[in-house]
Design a protein around this ligand. Sequence first.
Ligand code: ZN
Length: 381
Amino acid sequence: MKLKGIKIKLHPTENQKAFIDKNLSLNRFVWNKLLGMQQDRFENGGDYVNAYGMHYLMKALKIEFPFLKEAESTSLEYTSDDLDDAFTRFFTKQNNHPRFKSRKHPKNTYKSKCINHNIMIVDTHYLKLPKLGLVKFFGGHRIQDKIKSATIRRELNGSYTATIHVEHEPKVFEKTGNVIGIDLGLTDLVIQSDGFKLKNKQFERSLAKNRRQWERKFARRHTQALAKIEEAKAQGIDLKLSDFKNLHKAKEHIARISKKIANQRANYLQQYTTSLVRRFDLIAMENLSTKKLMQNHHLARSIADASWAKIKSMLTYKCDWYGKELILVDARYTSQICSHCGENTGKKPLHIRRFDCPHCHSVGIDRDVNAANNILNKALA
Ligand SMILES: [Zn+2]
């Protein structure tokens, strides 16, 4: 059995929104309290209190701060487990030291555990959640398997979503006997060894005008707000940026558009990777180093980078679910080697799009398709 997360959009009532917001702040309170306690202990030469210890402390916290009883109780345990994870990653040098959650950088998720069917789908359009009751949503048909937990999230654009974690018995796709190598590019996001190319669609273009309009509105409202704050200050009135509702609204609009773009792109990649895993038993691709990817700041490049990283992670879990194989290879020299005879023909300038081999005299192979074939050959070797 594996766990699978299914993300859905929630349509909570005002009361339900208020509870989610309150529960988020209670979880933030617990996070900060436990983190503060760990720091105090450290400064006084004490040992780190592990996950069990923190669970135990929760009882004491609930007595000291009775309002914590209003929280969804399993979410508080998950929060202490999260903190333990954050510390573990810090101790193993994978992360920075856990930080306090502020109003500006709040906690935007909490997780509830499914106990005795307290999380379930009712009439396909309602999700029953602990302490919240029935929350409206669409797409209940997607959740068929046994529910283990749910993560509730307040998105940056002010909407609410839930990721439902279900037990998932992976279906195995039929074996096809086919193998494929894929090379990654900019104009074409993916070039397959069989010659197929996946276009790098510019999803932001269709919504760019709208986003620019809102960005301009935001900039204008921001300047106006700053001027008004100055004005008010002269009269002894203390105003903050957060007092300007329409400024906040513009920000939400921008976030909503960005989200839409991200969703379109994610769908595009989901469809592509699923069809790839369905059609091929073995997929070979370059082993991307995420560290290298993070260093590029050029926009087109950074979008492609993000897509490549997504393709890699989608193929990783889909191959695992559906019984197929993903092989990651070192992509060095794949643009220089002839995929027919294996001879390294040296560096070529980027404007040369066709690969002609002086050794075996094969001519006219598309440069990127040649590279994709080399990636496949490396995986099969
Ligand atoms: Zn050759």
